[in-house]
Write a protein that binds this ligand. Structure first.
Ligand SMILES: C[S@@+](CC[C@H](N)C(=O)[O-])C[C@H]1O[C@@H](n2cnc3c(N)ncnc32)[C@H](O)[C@@H]1O
Length: 279
């Protein structure tokens, strides 16, 4: 361990001491909330058709689903390379979620979800429209993503992607092990009021938001900066400034069509894959 490594390790120890004193609200991780929320919706009844947009290499909520064999879960991702590595799901489709329309039949899914994807979509107006159209009447959507105006997200927007990848590689080596970082991020409309408007434009109902504010965790390697970031997070949280939230979880439903059945039954031909990924 060289001098610099020891310096950062010392700073991380100081930061972790302060971290234990932070409010409980800062202990809820967005990804954990997402996994439980998605699994809770799936566990309401068997036989659901679920679309995991930007599914990538893994299906994070699958381990919390009670009877996974009764559901059809489809991963849609623009990267064939990513989705090929997803061995948890049998149905994987390559397609760009930001184009006009998913390569899937409209109105067929019980649930459309995404984790850490909205920030990578260049056109979220099209994306939310696609998600809303993919849902059957009464179907739900859940998306978890970072807020555009949180300091770490601002840094991600101003620094070159190559530098961000190098910084993550050095300061957050556990991310590198997961191999799930460094995708180009646009943060298009990635803040509360913009997403609220997109939800309203698509006439979705039963809308619920959850916000997280603790993003100082990205700065633990330099204690003075960590303290500054903790102050920022505490202020934004205490004042409830939702547009400064570092994590956003949004849940909404497509309006129930009176003529449509309450719960669709899963059938293989309910979906229309354009290009499926093999093995
Ligand atoms: C940070 S990864 C998240 C993967 C997975 N959802 C998870 O939580 O582990 C972002 C994923 O979104 C995919 N993605 C980015 N832009 C996309 C787009 N326009 N359409 C479909 N997928 C996209 C990437 O290929 C990548 O697999």
């Amino acid at each position: 361990m060289n001098c610099l490594d020891r310096f950062f390790a010392f700073n991380r120890r100081l930061s972790s001491k302060l971290e234990t004193r932070l409010p409980d609200a800062f202990k809820h991780h967005l990804h954990t909330l997402y996994k439980y929320q998605v699994a809770a919706i799936i566990n309401r009844r068997p036989g659901q058709l679920v679309l995991d947009v930007g599914g990538g290499k893994e299906c994070p909520f699958l381990q919390f689903v009670d009877q996974p064999q009764t559901h059809i879960i489809v991963a849609l991702d623009c990267s064939e390379q990513q989705v090929r590595q997803n061995h948890q799901l049998a149905l994987r489709i390559v397609g760009d979620a930001a184009l006009s329309g998913f390569p899937l039949r409209d109105g067929s899914f019980d649930l459309v979800v995404s984790r850490s994807v909205v920030e990578h979509i260049s056109n979220n107006s099209a994306y939310f429209k696609n998600c809303a159209r993919a849902l059957r009447p009464g179907g739900s959507m859940v998306h978890a993503f970072p807020g555009r105006f949180a300091p770490f997200a601002l840094l991600n927007q101003v620094l070159p992607n190559r530098l961000v990848r190098r910084l993550i590689g050095y300061f957050l080596p556990e991310w590198v092990e997961e191999g799930n970082y460094g995708f180009v991020a646009f943060y298009n409309r990635c803040y509360y009021t913009a997403i609220r408007d997109l939800i309203r434009d698509n006439r979705l109902t039963n809308v619920r938001f959850v916000f997280t504010y603790y993003q100082a965790l990205y700065f633990t390697s330099f204690f003075p900066l960590y303290c500054l970031m903790v102050s920022f997070d505490l202020t934004a949280w205490r004042l409830g400034i939702r547009n400064l939230a570092s994590g956003i979880l949004v849940m909404a439903e497509r309006e129930r069509d009176r003529a449509a059945p309450a719960a669709a039954t899963v059938r293989g031909n309910d979906i229309l894959p354009v290009s499926e990924v093999a093995g």
